[in-house]
Design a protein around this ligand. Structure first.
Ligand code: NAD
Ligand code: G6P
Ligand code: MN
Length: 431
C-alpha cells in the first residue's frame, strides 16, 4: 500500500488529483496521503485536506490524510511524490508578468522573462526537495508538475539521483482534442516531441495511416480544441501548419506570433488583468466553493484553469509505473537519442513507453533543420537558466536571456534583469 505525498497541496488543482486517485483505487492501493505546504499556504491546504477527506469518505475509502508544514516528515518512506508548488505564490507570477510587460516583453508564467524568473525561484527549492528524497525516500518516484516543468525536471535529473518524470497537461489536452477531431475514437497514437511548452505533434497514427493532415485541415477550418484555457483562442495561419506538417502546441504561439500576443497581453493588462490576476480571482472563487462542507467532489469551476485534466497525467503516470503498464504517455525525461540533435542527457518532452523501470522515450523522425535550431536554442536557454538559478551568476543569466527570442537585449534587458532580481530578493535564493 502506498504513501503518496503532494508538495504544494494548497493548490486549487489538488481536488483533481484526489479525484484521479479515487478513480484508480483498484490500480493504486493508497494508504496514506501526505499534504505539504508552507506557512503562506496553510489555510488553503486545510480547506483542500478537508475536501479531500470528504471526497475519500464518499468514495468509501479508508485513506488517512495528513497535512503538514514539515516536508521531511512527509517525505520519509514515500512511494510517490507529486510536486506542484509555486515558489513565491501567485503574487510572484503577477510581478513577473507586470515587469516583463513594463519592459515591452511578453509576460508569461513559463516563457520568456517570466519563465526565467520562475525558474530562478523554483529550481533551488526543487533541488532541495530532491536531495531530501535522496535520504528519506531514495526509491520514490518524483512526478513533477511544478513549473517551469521541463527545466525543473532537467535540473533534478542532472543534479540528483532521484527518479524524476516531468509532466504537463498540454499533451493531454492535445490528445483529447485530436480524439474529438477524429470523431471521438481514441484508437490512435499521437507522437509528440520537443521541450516542455515547446512540443510538436509529429504523427497521428490510426489503422496504419498518418492522420496528421486530416487533423491539420480541421484546425485550419477553425476547429481547434487543442488549446488550453489559459491561452486565448487564436487561429494559426494555414501555411504554418501545412508547411510544417507538424502541429505546434499552443505555447508555440508565443514564438511564432510574438507581437500579436504582446498586443493582446497589453490589452488584458489594462483591462481584466494579467493571467495571474485573473487566476487570483478564480482561485478565490474556487476556495469559496471548496469550503462548502456539503461538497464532496471536484467542482466544475476548476475547468476554468489552464491546467485542467492534469490529474489524468499524474495519476495515470503513477499507475503506469506502479503496474508496469507499458502504455504510451507524453512526459519529460532524458532524451537518450529520441530527438536527434539534442544532447542524450538533457530533458525533453516526448511520447514514451511507461514501464516500472521508467519511461522509454520513442524516437521521432528528424526535425526540419530550422525547427531543430529553435529547439537547440531553447535547450541552451533552459540549461543556462538552470545554471543561473543555481549559481546566481548575472552574466550566466544574461547569456540565457539574450538567447531567448521573447526577450529583448541591450539596456532594456539589463534593466529588466535588475528589476527581476530586485523584486525577487527574498525568493531567488542564489542571487
Ligand atoms: P498555487 O499558487 O496555488 O501554488 C500551490 C501551492 O504551493 C500554494 O498553496 C503555495 O502555498 C505552495 N508553495 C509555495 N512555495 C512552496 C514551497 N516551497 N513548498 C511547498 N509548497 C509551496 O499554484 P497553482 O496555480 O495551483 O499551480 C501549482 C504549480 O503547478 C505551479 O508551479 C504551476 O505552474 C504548476 N502547474 C503545472 C502544470 C503543468 O502543466 N506542468 C499544470 C498546472 C499547474
Ligand atoms: C497549462 C499549462 C500549465 C500551466 C497552466 C496555467 O496549460 O500546461 O503548465 O500551469 O496552463 O493555467 P492557469 O489557469 O494557472 O493560467
Ligand atoms: Mn504545462
Amino acid at each position: 500500500e502506498l504513501k503518496v505525498v503532494i508538495i504544494g497541496a494548497g493548490s486549487s488543482y489538488t481536488p483533481e488529483l484526489i479525484e484521479g486517485l479515487i478513480n484508480r483505487t483498484a490500480e493504486l492501493p493508497l494508504r496514506e496521503l501526505w499534504m505539504v505546504d508552507i506557512e503562506d499556504g496553510r489555510e488553503k491546504m486545510a480547506i483542500i485536506a478537508n475536501l479531500a477527506r470528504r471526497m475519500l469518505k464518499k468514495a468509501g475509502l479508508d485513506v488517512s490524510v495528513h497535512e503538514t508544514l514539515d516536508r521531511r516528515a512527509a517525505l520519509t518512506g514515500a512511494d510517490y511524490v507529486c510536486s506542484q508548488f509555486r515558489a513565491g505564490c501567485l503574487d510572484a507570477r503577477i510581478s513577473d508578468e507586470r515587469i516583463a510587460l513594463k519592459f515591452g516583453m511578453i509576460g508569461q508564467e513559463t516563457n520568456g522573462l517570466g519563465g526565467f524568473a520562475n525558474a530562478c525561484r523554483t529550481i533551488p527549492i526543487a533541488l532541495e526537495i530532491a536531495r531530501e528524497m535522496e535520504t528519506l525516500c531514495p526509491d520514490a518516484w518524483l512526478l513533477n508538475f511544478t513549473n517551469p516543468s521541463g527545466m525543473v525536471t532537467e535540473a533534478i535529473l542532472r543534479h540528483t539521483t532521484i527518479k524524476a518524470v516531468g509532466l504537463c497537461n498540454v499533451p493531454v489536452i492535445m490528445q483529447k482534442g485530436v480524439t474529438k477531431l477524429l470523431g471521438g475514437s481514441s484508437d490512435f497514437i499521437m507522437q509528440v516531441a520537443g521541450l516542455n511548452h515547446f512540443i510538436f505533434a509529429r504523427q497521428i497514427l490510426q489503422n496504419g495511416m498518418d492522420k496528421l493532415d486530416d487533423v491539420i485541415d480541421e484546425i485550419i477550418a477553425g476547429n481547434d480544441p487543442l488549446v488550453p484555457r489559459n491561452i486565448p483562442p487564436f487561429t494559426w495561419p494555414a501555411h504554418v501548419l501545412k508547411g510544417l506538417r507538424m502541429i505546434p502546441c499552443a505555447y508555440l504561439r508565443y514564438y511564432y506570433m510574438k507581437d500579436d500576443i504582446l498586443k493582446q497581453e497589453i490589452g488584458e493588462a489594462n483591462g481584466e488583468g494579467t493571467r495571474g490576476e485573473v487566476v487570483k480571482a478564480l482561485e478565490h472563487e474556487l476556495f469559496e466553493i471548496y469550503k462548502n462542507p456539503e461538497l464532496a467532489e471536484k467542482p466544475q469551476a476548476l475547468e476554468g484553469r489552464g491546467g485542467q485534466y492534469y490529474s489524468e497525467a499524474a495519476c495515470e503516470l503513477m499507475s503506469a509505473i506502479h503496474n508496469d503498464k507499458r502504455i504510451i504517455m507524453h512526459v519529460n525525461t532524458r532524451n537518450n537519442g529520441a530527438i536527434n540533435g539534442l544532447p542524450d542527457d538533457c530533458a525533453v518532452e516526448v511520447s514514451s513507453v511507461i514501464t516500472r523501470s521508467g519511461p522509454l522515450p520513442l524516437n521521432v523522425a528528424a526535425f526540419p533543420e530550422d525547427t531543430l535550431r529553435l529547439l537547440q536554442l531553447m535547450k541552451s536557454f533552459e540549461q543556462l537558466t538552470i545554471e543561473a538559478a543555481i549559481t546566481g551568476n548575472r552574466h550566466t543569466a544574461w547569456r540565457a536571456l539574450v538567447l531567448n527570442p521573447l526577450i529583448t537585449s541591450g539596456t532594456l534587458l539589463e534593466q529588466a534583469l535588475e528589476a527581476v532580481i530586485e523584486e525577487n530578493k527574498e525568493l531567488m535564493s542564489a542571487f
